[in-house]
Design a protein around this ligand. Structure first.
Ligand SMILES: NC(=O)c1ccc[n+]([C@@H]2O[C@H](COP(=O)([O-])OP(=O)(O)OC[C@H]3O[C@@H](n4cnc5c(N)ncnc54)[C@H](OP(=O)(O)O)[C@@H]3O)[C@@H](O)[C@H]2O)c1
Length: 439
């Protein structure tokens, strides 16, 4: 590790919320990385990754280390890894945790309820912060309220470093790098492929979605507070898709993807435009929902969800019975290991723009590109992306913007080797076609 730990700050990373469903995969990923890092039990060298787990229950943290030790055949995890007891509702415990680590990997969500005290404690105590939030209200509010303070303190606060929204945000940066000319518009199509037992998500993500939808009006108010000027529209008008359509690209019925990808990508594109005068890309994310039967299920479920989410009793019912109201898409126990092992996903990007030497203000786009980001199940991608983001921060701190602040992954890491690091781990970035017609 390039960043050095000290006797008073002894850990490179601390996984907060290690006992959670996502936290357990982050623990395994960090353990795997540390074992392979220089001096960490794998290749020789001098600076092994030092890490600890944190959470509110010592017993549950011991259990997670025990499970990870068994799964990875590393008995030493149970005895060697430090446990830090910290609770979001006890400020001093967060301060103590943040004083001991260079980077806090925050897996405690829903972030709208639990995230802010951790961000605050990190900034106050000089620890960098990385999370896997997919909640635009939380992510954008942290930027609005804490960017200046984080910048002043030299602390990086980097949200959405999981499945939401590393593939989309870095996928577009990758496409911009591969495209010869000015890329102006991109559509992405997310497709899941699961095994015979299907796939599902964990309850906490369902809860995050319920409260995000219920509170979508506050996002509009929040965005007005930034006082941003609209981003310039570069290139010809993009044809609008209908809400539901059959996508030839992924051979499925498709709807707009309602996670944080659009919000995160737009923030990154704004940052790159303001910081580096890069031409902003218009982005439309879609997700495949399958065949006609799935479409009917999603529309019935979506209608019930949309009606219920507006009332507190409706929200109580939705969050109490996730499996029933999501037709089994989200469950209190989360996906089984077999489901996780059998699931993979791909995000295919279709971009258009103007080849080198052509003026985007004149005529129609004359160049197209297709790229893809592929990986395993969302939880595997999330853990790996979060850990690689932390490793990049620790090793390439001087390539991050300014001296600190609140950033999207794309804004924080656009000058680093994060895409290459991910390519060696959980996500494969590739070009499928790059076609330029004329100048
Ligand atoms: N971006 C993505 O792609 C992505 C992917 C996966 C998850 N996520 C998000 O990550 C978050 C966590 O998801 P999950 O499925 O792992 O949830 P989870 O299983 O419910 O885990 C939540 C964790 O938070 C801890 N926690 C709760 N209240 C706490 C408190 N007051 N103080 C300290 N720790 C507390 C829990 O500790 P105990 O064990 O003690 O209860 C547990 O470790 C959610 O917001 C989810 O939406 C995002």
């Amino acid at each position: 590790m390039a960043a050095a730990v000290t006797s008073s700050r002894p850990y490179h990373v601390i996984i907060f919320g290690a006992s959670g469903f996502s936290g357990q995969f982050v623990v395994e990923e960090v353990a795997r990385y540390a074992a392979g890092s220089p001096g960490g039990g794998g290749a020789g060298g001098s600076a092994p990754l030092k890490w600890a787990v944190a959470g509110r229950s010592r017993q549950r943290l011991e259990d997670v280390l025990k499970r990870a030790a068994e799964r990875l055949s590393m008995p030493e995890l149970r005895t060697d890894i430090e446990i830090i007891v910290a609770d979001v509702s006890i400020e001093e415990s967060l301060d103590l945790m943040c004083q001991q680590g260079l980077v806090i990997l925050n897996c405690v969500g829903p972030y709208r309820f639990y995230g802010e005290p951790v961000v605050k404690a990190c900034i106050a105590n000089g620890a960098h912060y990385i999370d896997i939030s997919g909640e635009p209200q939380f992510l954008e509010r942290m930027q609005l309220e804490y960017h200046t303070e984080a910048l002043d303190k030299g602390v990086y606060v980097i949200g959405s470093c999981g499945f939401d929204s590393i593939p989309a945000d870095l996928g577009i940066l990758y496409m911009q790098k591969q495209f010869k000319g000015t890329l102006t518009a991109v559509e992405s199509f997310l497709k899941f492929t699961c095994g015979p037992e299907g796939s599902s998500g964990h309850d906490a993500t369902w809860q995050s979605a319920v409260y995000s939808f219920a509170d979508s009006r506050s996002l509009r108010q929040l965005r007005r507070k930034f006082g941003h000027k609209p981003l310039p529209v570069v290139g010809a008008k993009v044809k609008q898709r209908s809400f539901l359509f059959f996508s030839k690209e992924i051979d499925q019925y498709t709807i707009p993807f309602m996670g944080s990808d659009h919000s995160v990508v737009k923030r990154t594109q704004r940052f790159l435009y303001e910081e580096d005068q890069q031409s902003p890309v218009r982005y439309s994310p879609y997700v495949g929902v399958g065949g006609l039967f799935s479409v009917v299920k999603i529309f019935c479920g979506g209608l019930v969800f949309w009606l219920m989410v507006k009332f507190s009793l409706g929200r109580k019912l939705l969050t109490s019975f996730p499996s029933f109201f999501s037709f089994g898409l989200f469950t209190k126990s989360g996906p089984t290991m077999k489901q996780i092992e059998d699931t993979c996903c791909s995000m295919t990007f279709y971009g258009e723009g103007y080849s080198e030497g052509s003026d985007p203000a004149q005529g129609q786009p004359n160049a197209k590109i297709c790229t893809q980001v592929t990986g395993a199940d969302g939880y595997v991608i999330t853990a790996s992306a979060m850990v690689q983001a932390a490793v990049t921060l620790l090793n390439e701190l001087h390539s991050l913007p300014r001296r600190g602040g609140v950033y999207t992954p794309g804004a924080a890491f656009y000058k680093t080797s994060l895409i290459e690091r991910l390519n060696n781990h959980s996500l494969k970035f590739s070009v499928k076609a790059n076609i330029s017609h004329s100048k």
